[in-house]
Design a protein around this ligand. Structure first.
Ligand code: 3HC
Length: 323
């Protein structure tokens, strides 16, 4: 007779084989499927960081809602910031299917223990920054996130499909803001160019460290979570930007940016990785302000959470009484 302990070893081996088979077939893993602990942890790490980025990412732009130059621009910017909140919610929901609670993720963020994208730790001193964020930051997000629509974890991939559709609208509105400024007065053109100068390098850093310094890439690619490496996506992004910059008449602030026909890629200057690591360590231009504001919003929203919980409790009591 087989001992129960041996049975569980056989079951684990079968579950592992099923998981590997699904990955090999490029199929989806769903929440109820068995998955290795490391796969679950990697997904929680990436999806929660992504969700936090969307939520913190609302701040640099909401700063401009009341100062947008027209009612139309105000309405567009408000819709965009609301979209980011929605993206955060889809992503928190996807992470929750992996067994972590929304409260735990929020706590990690407000205690400064969780990462979110480096890009949202830069300031937005002029209206043109709204254009540069849309064009460069949302552009980089699309480039990075379209392949994630095929991520092996079902709830993540499906959330990404909807998010990417909305990011395309965000990117176009940013392009259009800059295009209009570039067709305006000398001062407006200068403001647009200065914003592009401010955001270009931080946008390239969004793709993460170079491939030879990216500890998570190889395993994430083997599990079909990431489909391309950080450097591959960065190259693809620069290739998208060059013709668009020409249409707008802005200059990408890299004197060494040049198409390399032999290598079929762009040569570019070395990215300042010291700046990237400083921002990740919490010493970027706006890290402290972003976290302070997030904490404040969390505290100010306590009454909403309490009211919702109380309503849910009363509804449950009512249903119990009827049953
Ligand atoms: N900002 C902050 N941290 C970063 C980072 C960045 N730009 N790039 C990399 N890192 C962190 C990683 O999270 C990892 O830290 P950890 O091991 O402590 O979790 C470390 O640096 C090493 O990087 P790796 O390349 O090994 O990490 P990954 O394989 O996870 O790749 C990534 C990093 C490309 C950002 C990947 O996680 C990813 O594609 N994430 C999903 C997309 C995402 O989160 N985008 C954030 C922007 S959201 C956004 O843009 C909103 C839109 O509305 C504008």
């Amino acid at each position: 007779m087989t001992a129960p302990a041996d049975l569980s070893v056989v079951e684990d081996a079968e579950a592992q084989a099923r998981f590997e088979d699904l990955i090999a077939q490029d199929s989806r893993i769903e929440p109820r499927d068995w998955m290795p602990d490391a796969y679950r942890k990697t997904l929680i790490r990436q999806i929660s960081q992504h969700a936090h980025s969307e939520i913190i990412g609302m701040q640099p732009e909401s700063n401009w809602i009341s100062r947008a130059p027209s009612l139309k621009r105000k309405a567009i910017l408000m819709a965009k910031v609301q979209d980011e909140a929605g993206h955060g919610l889809y992503l928190y929901s996807a992470a929750q299917t992996l067994g972590i609670s929304r409260e735990e993720m929020t706590q990690q963020l407000i205690e400064g223990k969780a990462k979110y994208s480096s890009i949202f730790n830069y300031t937005t001193p002029t209206w043109a920054d709204m254009g540069a964020i849309g064009w460069l930051v949302d552009g980089a997000a699309i480039c990075n996130q379209v392949p994630l629509c095929r991520a092996s974890y079902g709830p993540y991939g499906r959330a990404m499909i909807r998010i990417c559709k909305e990011e395309s609208f965000h990117q176009r509105q940013g392009f259009e803001i800059l295009l209009e400024l570039m067709q305006g007065t000398e001062a407006q053109r200068r403001m647009a160019q200065e914003a592009v100068d401010r955001w270009y390098w931080p946008a390239l850093m969004m793709f993460g460290p170079p491939d030879d310094q990216s500890p998570n890439s190889a395993q994430s690619m083997a599990w079909n979570i990431k489909r391309f490496s950080n450097d591959e996506l960065r190259q693809r992004f620069v290739g998208m930007l060059v013709p668009q910059a020409e249409v707008m008449g802005v200059t990408l602030p890299d004197p060494n940016l040049k198409w390399n026909e032999a290598e079929q890629r762009y040569d570019m200057s070395e990215i300042d990785w010291t700046e990237f690591h400083e921002v990740l360590a919490g010493r970027g231009p706006a890290n402290a302000e972003r976290l302070r504001r997030r904490r404040e919003a969390h505290e100010e929203g306590a009454w909403v959470r309490e009211a919702a919980a109380e309503y849910a409790r009363k509804q449950a009591l009512k249903q119990k009484a009827v049953a």
